[in-house]
Design a protein around this ligand. Sequence first.
Ligand SMILES: Cc1cc2nc3c(=O)[nH]c(=O)nc-3n(C[C@H](O)[C@H](O)[C@H](O)COP(=O)(O)O)c2cc1C
Length: 268
Amino acid sequence: MDLAPAFDRLMASHRSIRSFKPDPIDPAEVDRLLHAALHGTSSSGNLNMVSVVKTADAERKAHLCELHGGQPMVLQAPLLLTFCADTFRTREWLALRGARPGFADFVSWHTAAFDAMIFAQTVALAFESRGLGICYMGTTLFSMRAIADFLELPPQCLPATTLVVGWPDEAPPQRDRLPRQAWIHDERYQRPSRDDIEERFRDREARGRARYMESSPEMAQLWRDHGITSLAQYYTSRIKYDPDRFAVFSAEIEALLRERGFGVASAP
Ligand SMILES: Cc1cc2nc3c(=O)[nH]c(=O)nc-3n(C[C@H](O)[C@H](O)[C@H](O)COP(=O)(O)O)c2cc1C
């Protein structure tokens, strides 16, 4: 079976989708795709230390929408999947079998969270292969505690990411990426010169700036209000990935990991 053309088509068809039709997704098909995706994804030690919480209920989606910073697609998409790094279930199994306790430390968070992320991406491809659209919700990290509590996650189980899923109601053009010279290295890392950086970011800077300025008059006004004149300035401005807010989120996440048994100094 030659899968290469299917892979190329799937890659070419990817766009994050932020506008969805109200049509539901067959729940049996959702579970089938999730099941197939887990089988088709590598798993550290094959421990499968992930859990997925499905949210389709309108009221519960409305609450999660707030926790995701009001991003409208959370409410609009028929399905929300929260991917959790979950060593709780494994620990319960170990206890049941009288094994040494473990997986309650920072390394285990890292392991389970990476498993959850690569699994999420397989799930994303599974849905995209069926013509469904997805968008990741990075806001999962910023509201980790509130989402964990709302989904009633046990200790040693925290959300790593979220996908909204639904039938696309938009067909945006495919987004650019950095050119391959920027990030593919032969044998060892080749540090870019200032000229390399200039050249490798030039196109995306022009396109990114144009996209934001043309996306809505409100966005263009925000750029002016915040004195933003380039894409680079936008990224660390107060209206995007504000380093001051990131410092607060980082401290919150660190405290939460420790509290839920994923800290550097957590005892098994
Ligand atoms: C971990 C992760 C978190 C993301 N979080 C958000 C988000 O909160 N809101 C959003 O609109 N898009 C989010 N995205 C989507 C990215 O903005 C998108 O992938 C990127 O702009 C490239 O566009 P494309 O996916 O259409 O190629 C996220 C993507 C990833 C991988």
